[in-house]
Design a protein around this ligand. Sequence first.
Ligand SMILES: Cc1cc2nc3c(=O)[nH]c(=O)nc-3n(C[C@H](O)[C@H](O)[C@H](O)COP(=O)(O)OP(=O)(O)OC[C@H]3O[C@@H](n4cnc5c(N)ncnc54)[C@H](O)[C@@H]3O)c2cc1C
Length: 519
Amino acid sequence: MTCLSELMLEGLPGHPLQALAKADQLWHQYRSGPTPQPPVIQVSPDRLSQVDWDVIIAGGTLGLLLAVALVQRGWRVALVERGQLRGRDQEWNISRRELETLVQLGILHQAELEQAIYSEYNPGRIQFLGSDPIWVRDVLNVGVSPAVLLDQLKTTFLAAGGYLLEQTPFTAATIHPNGVQVQARPPLSARLLVDAMGHTSPMVRQARAGQKPDGICLVVGTCATGFEPNTSGDLLVSFTPLRHQCQYFWEAFPARDGRTTYLFTYLDADPRRLTLSQLFEDYWQLLPDYQGVALADLKIKRALFGCFPCYRQSPLRYPWGRTLAVGDSSGQQSPLSFGGFGAMVRHLHRLTSGIDEALTWDCLGSRALGQLQAYQPNLAVTWLFQRAMGAGVDQVIADQHINTLLGAIFSDMAGLGPGTLTPFLQDIVQFPALTRVLLTTAVNHPGLIAQIIPQVGLDTLVKWLGHYGSLASYSGLASLTTPLTSVDQILPPLGRYYLHRWIDALRYGSGQDYHRSHG
Ligand SMILES: Cc1cc2nc3c(=O)[nH]c(=O)nc-3n(C[C@H](O)[C@H](O)[C@H](O)COP(=O)(O)OP(=O)(O)OC[C@H]3O[C@@H](n4cnc5c(N)ncnc54)[C@H](O)[C@@H]3O)c2cc1C
């Protein structure tokens, strides 16, 4: 029987049906558990006779942002990309204030930034079946063209003296006491190897030892024309009860060449879970109801899909010295939004100055570099929310439970004002705002809070309370760090390096970096 995806996607450029089958294979591997992989990182006690570069970055999507920032600070940077350095056509959504960090950091001019912005919409809706809509403005409403952005950054990188090797896959590396030797054609050596190869990075696979992801987000969607004119967007909408033991969420917004619509769901990697292709069939069946459009009226520009794994032990710290994961490989993006571009932009200043100091003071051991991917309680607390937005394969919960729960919590959050809701929607969880929401929801809906315990499990809740406690202490300590920055000059370089990382960990781990980038 011909499926709807075949009817709708057949003949589109880029062979999306084949790419979908490949993405489904990856999802199958996650569900079926660890498969042995040959190690790609070896450690040698011998010194290298010569080290050519300060930094080699493997992977040139988000890796390029860091490459430009480092080369502009005077470091010798080589970028190794297995394909062509080219961003995808589909926009990344982000908020404008966050994006301006790229101009503040000096890696883009304002005019270049405006060129890369392909779309901007307002307002954005949040709504769950059975609840009233909530409208917000200026949240994740700017669409950036990855193709334009990467093209501009590539020019800047090369002009500043960066060395780019395209069509050059990273296959293996050996870590020596004074540098890393990367196997590539030609072979390259550097003081530091940065892994920006995304969540399928071979280095990640080795470090995580084939561990099964703790959570997954499946996303399917399209960019298409044929919709009624609509200049508003949806940030998080659900209009169905549980289906295949999944709560379906939708996102929609105007894009440069049509309207983008995504269907996504949070689940575990149980072997009985639905495939991406099955989710796509549900997307076609539900899209007409969601957007009030007939499939026959749509002209599909491109298909969009992905399978995002996430691990509780994130951000990832490599056990070897001279190696650092950034972007999706590091798992520093939120398990809720999977907005890896947004997360990289948010952390770019911290990563650039941290790597700069690590290179200057030769703090390149695994412990020192691990401080650049420190524990973030504000990331850890979002695990509970992800768990509360999905259902276990065998779990018995009311079909409408997740919609009712989210409807209540979001309406309480909205009632507390944009200062509470807006940062949360941008992946910033702060202790005072979270506490206000918890207290308000406990008072307004005590029954609902009680139902969360059996839904997420006591074990998850107890662990979560630990992270919540850490968030409280990080928040308290972060506000005390300002005087420390003025006395750090009396410390030796190593002490300064650790102090700066500790301050960063407290600020970013408590969400206090948000105030800096949002004025
Ligand atoms: C449908 C969809 C919609 C999304 N929307 C948004 C959004 O609106 N906002 C947002 O912030 N994020 C969004 N994301 C997430 C965002 O695209 C990712 O977080 C981002 O692409 C991660 O970049 P990365 O460089 O870390 O990894 P990747 O994008 O996976 O890039 C890895 C790079 O490394 C290269 N590479 C891989 N292996 C090797 C190797 N062995 N040797 C050399 N190079 C290698 C690859 O060719 C690639 O260039 C979306 C993702 C999807 C799938």
